[in-house]
Design a protein around this ligand. Structure first.
Ligand SMILES: [Zn+2]
Length: 286
């Protein structure tokens, strides 16, 4: 593909999830094999396209979009502006932030949902449904905070978060002046009060343009090194296996800790822990 990136223009990274998009109330709707999926992926694509348009109105010249939900095959690429770059599938590096680097000026989070056990946050989780809680340097984070910390590692500020109001609030706690576009308000694990798709897109377009005006004034969410990562699982057996990873310490029946040299190191171990939890969870009920 040759040299895609130049250093003299405004470059924005998007991470796109699904559970936080307008209208979505149940994980079945985000499941590729689900009846509602074809419709939801189209609506999600519209939200992303709205963010692309807003970002460009605000001065973005290059946009790289990480299709970050599940196996990364959600967006309908032919419906996006033809000049964006899209990361599809399960890139092995940096998870939902695949593609991020020091070359970017800003990061967007689209379709984001809350962490698990958030009051009224819909379909809340962090990567795996087997994680009960994640803390980085003592700060409780969900996917929004985790993605922001990875962007922060590269010095890139998150300037826009759209999705469930509860995810927007999570982001606003960590990032001063981030533009939040709630497209729905989670009313419970499986309930939302939502904007219509058209209205959600209008709000995202406006928010994206506004967010581009914040580039330079919003600070990256950068964690001090080493990064202390504390993970609680929903079952004891998961912590038991996770603690077998080198340098991972068992801190409780269901919890482990790892001192990472930086955020990229922390995330690599976190992702392996998700795989360990997902496979050891099949062993039984404990
Ligand atoms: Zn997610």
């Amino acid at each position: 593909m040759g040299q895609i990136y130049r250093h003299d223009i405004m470059r924005v990274h998007f991470t796109v999830d699904m559970e936080g998009m307008a209208g979505m109330a149940h994980e079945d709707q985000a499941d590729m094999k689900g009846l509602d999926f074809p419709r939801m992926r189209e609506l999600l694509t519209n939200e992303v396209q709205a963010a692309v348009e807003g970002a460009k109105e605000g001065g973005a010249k290059e946009i790289v979009i990480c299709d970050a939900h599940d196996t990364g095959r959600n967006l309908i690429l032919e419906k996006l502006d033809e000049d964006v770059i899209v990361i599809e599938g399960t890139a092995y590096n940096l998870g939902m932030m695949a593609g991020i680097s020091e070359d970017f000026d800003a990061a967007f989070q689209i379709g984001y949902h809350s962490m698990r056990d958030t009051h009224a946050g819909t379909i809340g989780h962090t990567y795996s449904y087997n994680f009960a809680e994640l803390q980085l340097n003592g700060i409780k984070v969900g996917e929004s905070g985790l993605s922001a910390a990875i962007a922060g590692h590269f010095g890139v500020p998150v300037v826009l978060v759209s999705g469930d109001l509860h995810a927007v609030k999570e982001a606003q706690k960590l990032i001063e002046n981030v533009v939040g576009v709630p497209t729905k308000e989670g009313l419970g694990v499986y309930g939302v009060k939502s904007l219509t798709p058209k209205r959600a897109c209008d709000e995202i377009r406006k928010g994206a343009k506004e967010a581009m005006g914040k580039v330079g004034s919003v600070r990256p969410f950068e964690l001090a090194k080493p990064v202390k990562m504390e993970v609680a699982f929903i079952r004891t057996v998961m912590a038991q296996y996770a603690a077998q990873l080198p340098l991972v310490e068992r801190t409780g029946n269901k919890s482990v800790a790892y001192e990472a040299k930086d955020m990229v190191d922390a995330f690599s171990v976190f992702e392996v822990m998700a795989m360990v939890a997902d496979s050891s969870g099949r062993e039984g009920y404990l």
